[in-house]
Design a protein around this ligand. Structure first.
Ligand code: PEP
Length: 256
């Protein structure tokens, strides 16, 4: 059985005091489950302070982005060495907000992915189609293109360190989630891509999580799907009570 994965993407939210309170509340309210990795992705400015506050053996720190170079003249950027230095274990690569608002191409995402793996960071690679692409029934074509380009030249033995997040762009922050059947169909499709481009051993190991308006109200029906190994959560991860409740429901349904 694959381990579950629940990530909380805080995006550009919270100053230090709010962040400390959230982590302290998570320490109190989260149930310990051996079968789930829980990762919070705060803004860079908070990583240093939160590292020592996390008090659960299965809770880790992640970053929302990184540059692919180790250092140099890249004003405003953060390198994988800097993230490692702070005890960061995971990094989100290719979030749709990075792709659409900051012009990240599949070529850039591929460089970041390779660099993260080389530095021992575990990437959460986000793939997802836009609303226009879904309306034209192009979702599988888009995901296959992103998958092939983003994972180009990634050594097969590194693949199992990657978590793939299927995040349809039309579902992020909109309150509109993919139905459990829509999500499951895409997760199965992504697993066939892993089989096609990698190999059989990895197919069963790689974790494929769903992101897009996951809330306390819809997490049970999504968790019931076999190929949904967890979630990347934006809005509902900002409050410790909703994030903990989502994890509790997921844990119960999956029976970890
Ligand atoms: C996200 O930012 O990855 C996300 C899924 O956001 P939300 O849960 O708010 O839709």
């Amino acid at each position: 059985m694959r381990r579950g994965f629940i990530g909380g993407n805080w995006k550009m939210n919270k100053v230090l005091q709010e962040a400390k309170e959230t982590v302290e509340n998570l320490n109190k309210s989260l149930i310990f489950s051996r079968g789930i990795d829980i990762v919070i992705f705060p803004p860079y400015t908070l990583l240093f302070f939160l590292k020592d506050l996390i008090d659960l053996p299965n809770m880790y720190l992640g970053a929302q982005n990184m540059h692919w170079e180790e250092n140099g003249a890249f004003t405003g950027e953060i390198s994988p060495l800097m993230l490692k230095d702070l005890g960061v274990e995971y990094v989100i690569i290719g979030h749709s907000e990075r792709r659409t608002l900051f012009g990240e191409t599949d070529e850039i995402i591929n460089k970041k992915l390779i660099s993260a793996l080389k530095h021992g960071l575990k990437p959460v690679l986000c793939l997802g189609e836009s609303v226009e692409e879904r309306k034209k029934d192009m979702e599988k074509e888009v995901i296959e293109r992103q998958f092939k380009q983003d994972l180009r030249r990634v050594p097969i033995n590194f693949l199992e360190n990657i978590v793939i997040a299927y995040e349809p762009v039309w579902a992020i922050g909109t309150g509109l989630n993919a139905t459990p059947n829509e999500a499951e169909e895409m997760h199965k499709f992504i697993r066939t891509l892993v089989e096609k481009y990698a190999n059989d051993n990895i197919v069963e190991k790689i974790r494929i999580i769903y992101g897009g308006s996951v809330r306390v109200e819809n997490v049970e029906e999504l968790s019931l799907k076999e190929d949904i190994d967890g979630f990347l959560i934006g809005g509902a991860s900002l409050r410790a009570d909703s994030f903990s409740k989502i994890i509790e429901i997921f844990n119960e349904v999956k029976g970890f």
